[in-house]
Ligand binder design. Sequence first.
Ligand code: NAD
Length: 450
Amino acid sequence: MKLNYTSTEEVPQIVEDLRKSFFSNLTKPLSYRKNQLKQLYNLFDDNEQELCDALQKDLRRPRSEAVLGEISIIKQEIYDSIKNLDTWAKPEFVKVGIAHKLNRCQIRKEPVGNVLIIGPWNFPILLLLLPFVGAISAGCTAILKPSEIAENCATVITELFPKYLDQNSYRIVNGDAKVATTLLENRFDHIFYTGSGKIGKIVMETAAKHLTPITLELGGKSPAIVANDADIPACIAPDYVICEKSVQEAFVKEVPRIVEELYGPDPQNSPDSSRIISQRHFDRLTDLLDKTEGKVVYGGDKDKNDLFFPATVVSDVPKYDSLMQEELFGPILPIVVVENLDEALEFIRSKDIPLVIYPFSNNEKTIENSRLNLLDNTRSGGVLINDCFMHFTVSTLPFGGQGHSGIGKYRGKRTFDTFSHERSVMTSPYILERLLEVRYPPYTEKKFNF
Ligand code: NAD
C-alpha cells in the first residue's frame, strides 16, 4: 500500500479554504456540530471492519485490541460529547460585585478557529480522531495530519472522511516531514500534536512564529515502580521497571508463564501478537538491545523478515545504560535494580518528568500515606496505580504530560476546552453612562463630593 501524499503546493489553499469557512460561521451552530459528531460516529459504526483491517495491516493489531483500545474509546467520546455539548457550550454568567450589579457579565465559549491535529503511528486512529472530537464539539474547522508510517490507517481514514464529514470544515492532509513542515509554515489557531519530544520541539518553535497555542502530547520513559508487596502478574507495558533485587527475581520468574498464557508456546504465530511498525523501528530496537550491558533474561529471539520482536526482558540494567537513554517504544522491558524505594524515587526525580508513573503495591502507605510515599515524592503527567493504560479510558480524567512529557491536557470536556476560547463579554446599559460621569474630566470637586 502506498499512501498518496498531499502536494505541498495544495497545502496553503486548503488552510485558506478552511479559514474562510471558519469565518463564514458554518461550524458554529450547535446543531451543525452535533450532526458532524453523529457523522463521525457513523463512520466508525459502518466501517469497523475496514478500520480493524487497516490496524491489522499496519501493526498486526488483533481485532479485539483495535475495537477496545481505539474504536470504542472514540465512539464513547463522541457519544459523551453529543450528550454534554449544550452544557459545555452554554455561556457562563459570572457573579459580580455591587459596583457592577447593572452590568451583564458572561463568559462565552467560542471556537478558537482553524486548528491542526498531528497524529502518531502507535494508536494511529485513536490519537488522531480523539482530539478531533473536541475540535468539532468546540466549533472549530480542522486539518488532520495522520502518521504516514501507519499508511493503511491513513489511507482508510482519508477515503472514508469525505463520505461522512463536511469537507468545507474538516480536511485530511497526508505526508511526511516535508508536508508537515509546509503545514506548520501556515498560521493555525491551535496545534494539537501527539508524538515524540524531538518533533514536539520543532512544532513548538514553529508555532511560536505565529504565537499559536499548542498542546503537546509527548512520550518519555514511564517507569513501573514495583514494590516488594506488589502483585507481579499485573505489571505489563511501561517503559522500564524499577524495583529491589528480590522483586526482580520474582518478576523474571513470572514472565515466561505470563507470556505463554497470553500468546501460547509460539508467540510469533499467535494471532494476538503485534508487529513492529517498520524496518527502521525494528533496527532501532535491535541496536538498543545489542548495546545493553544488562542481561537478556527472556525473549530477544527476533525475526526481521516478519518484523517480529518478542517480549524481551533485560535484567540488572545499569541506570545509564543504552536502554535507559531514550524512550524504547517497543517490546523491550529493562529492569533497574535499586536498594530501596528511596533510591527509586531519587532516580525518577533525576530524569525528565515521565508521562505516567505506574506504582505497583498492595500497601496504601507505599502509595500515599507515608513520608516516602510515591505520590508526594515524584512528578509525572499522571499516575496509574496497579494497572497500565486504563486511565486513558476514563474521559473525566485529564490526560497529558508535564515538562518533557507534554504541555496541556485533554479528554472529554477538557478537549472541548482546549479548542475553545473563554471570551469575556460585559454589557453596560446606557443608563450607566450618566451614573458613571465621574470617569470623565473635568474632575471637579462637585463630582467627588459623594
Ligand atoms: P513522531 O514525532 O515521529 O511523528 C508524529 C507525527 O509528526 C507524524 O504524523 C509525523 O508525520 C509528524 N512529523 C514528522 N516530522 C515533522 C515535522 N518536522 N513537523 C511536524 N510534524 C512532523 O512520533 P511517532 O514516532 O509517530 O510516535 C511515537 C512518539 O509519540 C513516542 O515518543 C510516544 O511516546 C509519543 N506518543 C505520545 C502519546 C501521548 O499521548 N502522550 C501517545 C502516543 C505516542
